[in-house]
Design a protein around this ligand. Sequence first.
Ligand SMILES: C[S@@+](CC[C@H](N)C(=O)[O-])C[C@H]1O[C@@H](n2cnc3c(N)ncnc32)[C@H](O)[C@@H]1O
Length: 246
Amino acid sequence: MDSIPANRRLWNQISSAYQHEHDPQIGATPRLWGMYSIPDAHLHALGDVTGKRVLELGCGAGQWSRALAAEGATVVGLDLSEAQLAAASRAMGAARYPLVQGAAEQLPFAADSFDLVFCDFGGLSWAPPHLAVPQVARVLGRGGRLVFNVASPWFEACYDEAASRVTTTLQKDYFGLHTIAEDDGATSYQLTYGDWVKVLRGAGLIIDDLIEPRPELGTPNGYNETDPPDWAHRWPAELLWVTHKP
Ligand SMILES: C[S@@+](CC[C@H](N)C(=O)[O-])C[C@H]1O[C@@H](n2cnc3c(N)ncnc32)[C@H](O)[C@@H]1O
């Protein structure tokens, strides 16, 4: 299924409202992961990027990319949506980096172009992983890493569509989560644990870690209502995969 046109349309439509609502949280300080803004300094997922060739896959307004560029990485920000890329361009700091319009499932880069590919609810949430992960493996050099954060199957399976909130009961089957219908015909993607392992290993990547970011009690979720509010302190809301190409 080709979700590129509808996903591009959706993100172009919502970009302005999305950035208005979320940029203050995403960009509050450098290197914040996910819906609970957990600092990378606590999770140790990305490490030192100085001098590394880095691709942010689905960079949005580039909150991560501009931080890594300022740290001395050679960053490329890729996104499907021209409106999101325009937001990244407006927000770019003194450390300039190139922005590229493209899709995670058809990366416009040669083999061995990057030492690190990463995203935070980016291309690996919005492109079919069985297409996007092999593309990432292709553009990584030997020893290069793919690090990415996505929603957990727990979170998705407990999401009550009618009430628009995450609950403590199973609302959807775990098996068959695969595609999630978003507004206006767009699609996001959600794999089971087993399917992530298959897709990553199938692309020749080695799984080094699966971090389950756990917010402190009282940390708000900036994106979804959860009941109870401290849902993610009790169950894993996100999966932060750390892999490399041997
Ligand atoms: C939730 S944002 C992630 C960016 C940032 N980390 C954030 O949280 O705002 C998702 C981004 O993925 C982009 N996107 C959607 N489909 C994509 C695809 N197939 N390839 C690359 N980027 C895509 C969207 O345009 C959007 O900017």
